[in-house]
Design a protein around this ligand. Structure first.
Ligand code: 1CP
Length: 354
């Protein structure tokens, strides 16, 4: 294996000392970049892009050519897992992801099978191997999956949702069926992430975008418990290095306390919780990643720099911070504005690591 030239991300995720705060950006490969839109066009559509290891590698590397980022993140989607479970993922332009066969009954959940991950998702592991080879040790590669609850919302509702009527109905009327769904997706996801790690992912993040839409007790029963099951089943060391696990529940707030007790290495934090407060919640048990509001990137360079300064100051001194946005970068952002943010993190963060 090639020696890693920049391991700042892995060190920060382990709360080891670093000379400056490392950074990557959620959704760093995506529609705000003209070169991404051109490659997607070349692929034909989004899923064809995900299924083509060379083109998925190309879009993974695009943001690294523009910006001094400290990690690459695999280009794929969280919904490849439900797709592999037989639900038939497709995309409608302007409407986002949809499933041809959503899980509309308790029987459909009972009949759901844990798939052969190598067979159904081999294209993802091929992409991971291709990206690792092309990265040539410049920065680490982050693998990822969705949380079972977040994937479950799309599997049950059949697409994006704001109110989650069907899955909340299951939580109220048939909670054992929802437990069973969470278990099956957790088992599939554990195998899926372990196969990404075997293929070369050097850290993994679980995206729990919708878990905090539940009441706290239901968050713990369905979303937290299923992420705990995954954390317990993951490969945590490979080639003599720890494989850090990051959990990102959007809007977690005080639930960060519960998330810190799962045995993960780091937690993503969104902008509705100050990092100073988040540090208190987790009692320095884990590293923290975040948390500038992505809306800041629509503002002037001065406002962006102020946002970076505030975020770094909010975490304060010492190791254990990975700079990121509090959620994904949106398609309307001017790529130059992300450059302002990246330069500001490089310039302003060393003072917190003396
Ligand atoms: O038009 C296009 O090109 C498709 C847009 C797109 C992109 C660029 C989708 C469809 N997925 C992706 C890539 C993607 N999705 C990544 C790539 C790696 C990166 O650079 O970060 C990742 C990590 C995701 C994760 C993802 N997909 C999440 C969790 C994170 C989050 O942002 O909340 C969710 C909820 C999805 C579902 C999904 N896939 C695509 C869209 C537009 C959505 C969101 C739909 C919704 O809001 O309900």
């Amino acid at each position: 294996m090639t020696e890693l030239k920049n391991d700042l991300l892995l060190r920060a995720l382990m709360k080891e000392p670093v000379p400056r705060t490392p950074l990557w950006i959620m959704r760093q490969a995506g529609r705000y970049l003209p070169e991404y839109r051109a490659t997607r066009e070349q692929a034909g559509d989004f899923m064809s892009l995900c299924r083509n290891p060379d083109l998925a590698c190309e879009v993974t590397l695009q943001p690294l050519r523009r910006y001094a980022l400290d990690a690459a993140i695999l280009f794929s989607d969280i919904l490849t897992v439900p797709d592999a479970m037989g639900l038939g993922l497709y995309f409608v332009t302007g409407e986002g992801p949809k499933f041809r066969d959503p899980l509309q009954t308790v029987d459909a959940i009972r009949n759901l099978r844990v798939p052969d991950v190598e067979k159904e998702l081999g294209y993802v592991f091929d992409a991971v191997r291709t990206i690792r080879r092309e990265l040539n040790g410049e920065v680490p590669l982050i693998g990822f999956a969705g949380s079972p609850f977040t994937c479950g919302t799309y599997m049950v509702e059949g697409g994006s949702s704001r109110e989650f009527p069907t899955i909340k109905g299951l939580a109220a009327d048939a909670p054992e069926a929802l437990d069973e769904l969470m278990d099956k997706v957790a088992d599939t996801t554990t195998e899926y992430l372990n196969a990404q790690i075997e293929a070369g992912a050097q850290a993994v993040q679980i995206f729990d975008t919708w878990g905090a839409a539940l009441e706290p007790d239901n968050f713990r029963r369905f979303s937290l418990a299923s992420m705990q099951k995954i954390v317990d089943g993951l490969i945590r060391e490979k080639d003599g290095r720890r494989i850090p696990v990051i959990l990102f529940t959007k809007g977690a707030g005080p639930l960060l306390k519960d998330l810190a007790d799962t045995g993960c290495d780091a937690l993503g934090v969104d902008w509705t919780t100050d990092l100073e407060q988040a540090r208190e919640y987790v009692q320095d048990k884990v590293a923290l990643q975040g948390n500038l509001d992505p809306a800041t990137l629509r503002e002037s360079p001065e406002v962006i720099r102020e946002g970076v300064a505030r975020t770094l100051a909010s975490y304060g001194n010492g190791p254990g911070h990975v700079f990121n946005l509090g959620h994904g970068i949106t398609p309307d952002i001017d790529p130059d504005n992300l450059g302002v943010l990246v330069d500001a993190v490089h310039e302003m963060s060393p003072q917190y690591h003396t």
